[in-house]
Ligand binder design. Structure first.
Ligand code: URP
Ligand code: ZN
Length: 466
């Protein structure tokens, strides 16, 4: 079936121009003015923006954290993604059983996602222990599964120590794999959490105080040096949240540190630690790293304008606030007991469009770059995804800038019973979302089916070669 998206304002990561897009089956077959095709369905996009499907490279669908499980499985979570204009995700795996092979979680994630996801998807692998077997498996999994990035944590139960991280980085450089890393100083966080709890400081507002920005900055700095010591291994810092962390990145950029990618998330651009003031509502925003201050937000936006940060993701990882098992309430009397994470995959693109582009913080090509094309370049999906060039997948979002989107309970399409952005009225509204040429969303109505999403064997990251 052919389709023509007629007369839209097409936004790529370098320009905005008015043209038509011809879709033939799963692919974009032409972009130009006055395109003609007798048997094509016509979608009039006059006055509307036409963007590549957004790509969220940091989600945690169905994440098992031991004492709780993220409530969006690969179906609910990807329906939310689709309704928010995200047509591809790359999901970060949970830790598996102690000492498990890297293959364990790869197989487990296929079991969770295959036949359930409604948008295309890939996985990041995860290191939870370092051994000659796991180092060898990384290369094997890259070759057989197209999983070209693996995560290490500098905090949490299965954190790696510096010597182990160095080993992983060396092996990753050898294998042409990107190491993504959660940067926070574990020892300091453990001490501060213990001290706050012992002193009876257990409400949500102590969560950010127990994970100060310098914990992130120290770990970012350490990680950058470790990557350099491994011969500039390809390194991608996830969810950068603070100006202190950013300053370490800026220093590395000034020194022309090679093979370095950096991500922030919508919550660090738009929310602040004021959310923790209310002991109840504050639970909604318990995530790691925590929300920061206004000054941090401002510097992160500037870093996007300057091209110092490469991508904007979400770290989507929702738990129920009051519904279901109300997992967020586990932290009611002690913030350290609250499962970390919040929803965001549905909100991201429209937040970037409205609060980024429409409010004048970013150009539209910058919105496309940070929400689509750069994530794809970082993780070996480009140009199949993240582009509107002929020959690429027809993953397309059409936004009406004259309409608006209210984030309220009715807006939410995932399993979550809240959004951290509730009450916001965004400029613009998603009218259509296409996944490989199929319309999967029209005016907020999900039209796709369980299992429509396809697993993607990813190629090599730009970080390996550039
Ligand atoms: O709070 C968060 N971010 N939860 C998800 C797991 C992680 O740290 O990435
Ligand atoms: Zn995460």
């Amino acid at each position: 079936m052919k389709k023509i998206i007629r007369n839209g304002m097409i936004a790529t990561d370098s320009e905005v121009f008015t043209a038509d897009i011809l879709i033939d089956g799963e692919k974009i077959s032409a972009v130009g003015t006055g395109l003609v095709c007798d048997d094509a369905e016509i979608i009039d996009a006059t006055g509307k923006y036409v963007l590549p499907g957004a790509v969220d490279v940091h989600t945690h669908m169905d994440l098992d954290v031991g004492f709780a499980r993220a409530i969006d499985d690969f179906y609910d979570g990807t329906v939310a993604a689709a309704c928010g204009g995200t047509t591809t995700i790359v999901d970060h795996m949970a830790f598996g059983p102690k000492d498990c092979s890297l293959w364990h979680q790869v197989n487990e994630y296929h079991r969770l996602a295959d036949g359930n996801a409604v948008v295309d998807y890939g996985f990041h692998g995860v290191f939870q222990h370092v051994h000659e077997n796991t180092l060898a498996e990384m290369k094997e999994i890259k070759e057989q599964e197209g999983i070209t990035s693996f995560k290490v944590y500098m905090t949490y139960d299965y954190m790696l120590h510096d010597d182990e991280i160095l080993e992983v980085l060396r092996a990753a450089r050898e294998a042409g794999v990107v190491i993504t890393v959660h940067c926070e100083n574990h020892g300091v966080i453990q001490l501060l959490r213990r001290e706050y709890v012992e002193n009876g400081c257990k409400s949500a507002k102590f969560h950010p105080l127990s994970r100060p920005a310098r914990c992130e900055a120290e770990a970012v700095n350490r990680m950058i040096h470790l990557a350099a010591m491994a011969g500039f291994a390809p390194l991608y810092i996830v969810h950068l949240s603070s100006k202190e962390g950013l300053h370490e990145v800026q220093k590395a950029r000034a020194e022309h540190h090679k093979h370095l990618g950096v991500e922030t998330c919508t919550q660090y651009l738009l929310l602040t630690d004021e959310m923790y003031e209310d002991p109840e509502e504050g639970l909604k925003a318990i995530m790691s790293p925590p929300l920061r201050k206004d000054a941090d937000r401002e510097e992160l936006w500037q870093a996007l304008r300057d091209g110092v940060i490469d991508t904007v993701a979400t770290d989507h990882c929702p738990f129920h606030y009051k519904a279901g098992k109300a997992e967020k309430q586990y932290g009611k009397d002690d913030f350290t007991k609250c499962p970390n994470g919040a929803p965001g995959v549905q909100e991201r693109l429209m937040l970037m469009f409205s609060e980024g582009f429409m409010k004048g913080r970013l150009t539209l090509p910058q919105v496309v770059r940070y929400s689509s094309s750069n994530p794809c370049r970082m993780f070996g999906l480009y140009p199949q995804k993240g582009s509107l060039d002929p020959g690429t997948d027809a993953d397309i979002v059409i936004i009406d800038p004259k309409s608006s989107t209210v984030i309220d309970k009715d807006y939410i399409r995932g399993a979550s019973d809240y959004s951290c952005y509730e009450g916001m009225e965004l400029e613009g509204r998603i009218e259509h979302v296409f996944l490989r040429g199929e319309e999967i969303v029209r005016n907020s109505e999900f039209l796709g089916s369980r299992g429509d999403g396809r697993y993607i064997k990813r190629g090599e990251s730009i970080l390996v070669s550039e």
